[in-house]
Write a protein that binds this ligand. Structure first.
Ligand SMILES: *[C@@H]1O[C@H](CO)[C@@H](O)[C@H](O)[C@H]1NC(C)=O
Ligand SMILES: *[C@@H]1O[C@H](CO)[C@@H](O)[C@H](O)[C@H]1NC(C)=O
Ligand SMILES: *[C@@H]1O[C@H](CO)[C@@H](O)[C@H](O)[C@H]1NC(C)=O
Length: 368
């Protein structure tokens, strides 16, 4: 009797684990930075399925991963409030030069050292995955090296899982909004990406900034763009056309905005004439996090607009015009993610939220 029951339970367990390996778990994600002013213990981890600790560095002298004490204790800290939340260690971002990543990725020996080190660091600090944030890849050589790195990384991760009898670590990467870079025309190694990554975090923001597009107001993170310019949805479509399926794509949204200076305070739509950065607000000048924008609005009696054609918010007061994601934009983006059967969404980054309003909106829309 006892043996039979054990047999049935193991069979069910085996079927369940097969089921989960076939259907990827949804991603309600967010990045946390240790020096952002938000303590890890303050994170409302019940609002997320996955949290990214950003960033581990690359020691260029020996190609080992370097991790801060805040990231070392991150998993334990955030799982106190929500034991089921999964954590990933993000590598790079502003901490690693593109040329340093490329140097490591260009040689078999340095790749091997880096990969082994990353798996050891993830396992010994309780992370369930690794997330590559190699920012600023721009040449086709870098793209090729990235593809080789990802392929060897996946092989090593699978081998480690078999050797230890554990579930393989997750492997993800934060990548540009389109698989083809606009300036250099270099293309991401989409085949290797589709084969090796659990998913891509698509960085669907920073399409414009007042200092590089000074003459007209723009949405820097529009979900759509009727003029055919960069947008979240066109980027996602391009990744899908390039061979990365929807269930491997996670849409990113920003918890910050940019301020343009209007030429005429009475002409305040998207693509209204502008005169560069409004340096009277934000830090650095013209850049405001969501919580600052929510202070600016009542202080300056600003008008808030949600433009559903673009899927973006902006607010204006006098000649100050700020483009950002408010709750309506977040709801529209999460609905888009659901309708198009993407894997999920992520926020960059948690400390910029205003009392969890955007994170809560995202989670609510996901569940509705
Ligand atoms: C970019 O690549 C495409 C396809 O490979 C090619 O047709 C086009 O001429 C290239 N453009 C530039 C600016 O290099
Ligand atoms: C833009 O601002 C500069 C000063 O910062 C001013 O000299 C110029 O006239 C402005 N241009 C327009 C079109 O308002
Ligand atoms: C969104 O903005 C564009 C450009 O300013 C405008 O043409 C369009 O009518 C707006 N859409 C809505 C729904 O207000």
């Amino acid at each position: 009797m006892g043996f039979k029951l054990y047999y049935v339970i193991s069979l069910i367990a085996a079927l369940l684990s097969l089921q989960t390996s076939l259907s990827r778990a949804a991603v309600n994600g967010g990045y946390w930075l240790p020096d952002s002013g938000l303590e890890a213990s303050e994170i409302d981890s019940t609002l997320f399925t996955h949290l990214f600790c950003a960033f581990a560095g690359l020691n260029t002298a020996n190609n080992q991963l370097s991790i801060s004490s805040e990231c070392s204790s991150f998993t334990q800290t955030v799982q106190k409030r929500c034991p089921s939340v999964k954590t990933l260690l993000s590598i790079g971002g502003g901490n690693v030069l593109s040329s340093d990543f490329n140097k490591m990725a260009s040689q078999p020996a340095s790749r091997k050292t880096f990969i082994t080190s990353s798996i050891n660091v993830a396992r010994s600090n309780g992370f369930l995955g690794l997330d590559l944030d190699w920012e600023g890849e721009s040449t086709s050589t870098e793209m090729t090296n990235l593809g080789t790195l990802l392929t060897e990384w996946r092989t090593a991760i699978n081998a480690e899982a078999i050797n230890t009898g554990r579930k393989p670590l997750l492997l993800t990467a934060a990548l540009a909004v389109t698989p083809r870079l606009y300036l250099s025309n270099a293309t991401f190694p989409t085949q290797a990406i589709a084969k090796t990554l659990d998913w891509v975090n698509v960085m669907a923001y920073d399409f414009y900034a007042p200092n590089n597009s000074p003459l007209f107001t723009h949405s820097h993170a529009a979900l759509h763009d009727p003029t055919g310019a960069a947008s979240g949805s066109s980027g996602i479509s391009a990744w899908i056309s390039a061979g990365v399926p929807p269930k491997q794509l996670v849409l990113g949204f920003p918890f910050y905005g940019y301020a343009w200076k209007l030429v005429n305070p009475n002409n305040h739509g998207i693509l209204a004439p502008a005169n560069g950065t409004d340096t009277s607000v934000g830090a650095p000048p013209g850049t405001l996090i969501y919580s600052q924008i929510k202070e600016f609005i009542p202080q300056k009696k600003a008008t808030v607009v949600f433009n559903s054609t673009y899927g973006t918010n902006y607010c204006y007061s006098g000649t100050t015009w700020i483009n950002y994601d408010d709750t309506q934009t977040i709801a529209a983006k999460v609905s888009y993610v659901k309708t198009n059967n993407l894997l999920g969404y992520f926020a960059w980054h948690l400390a910029q939220d205003n009392n969890w309003a955007l994170s809560k909106q995202a989670s609510q829309t996901w569940r509705s």
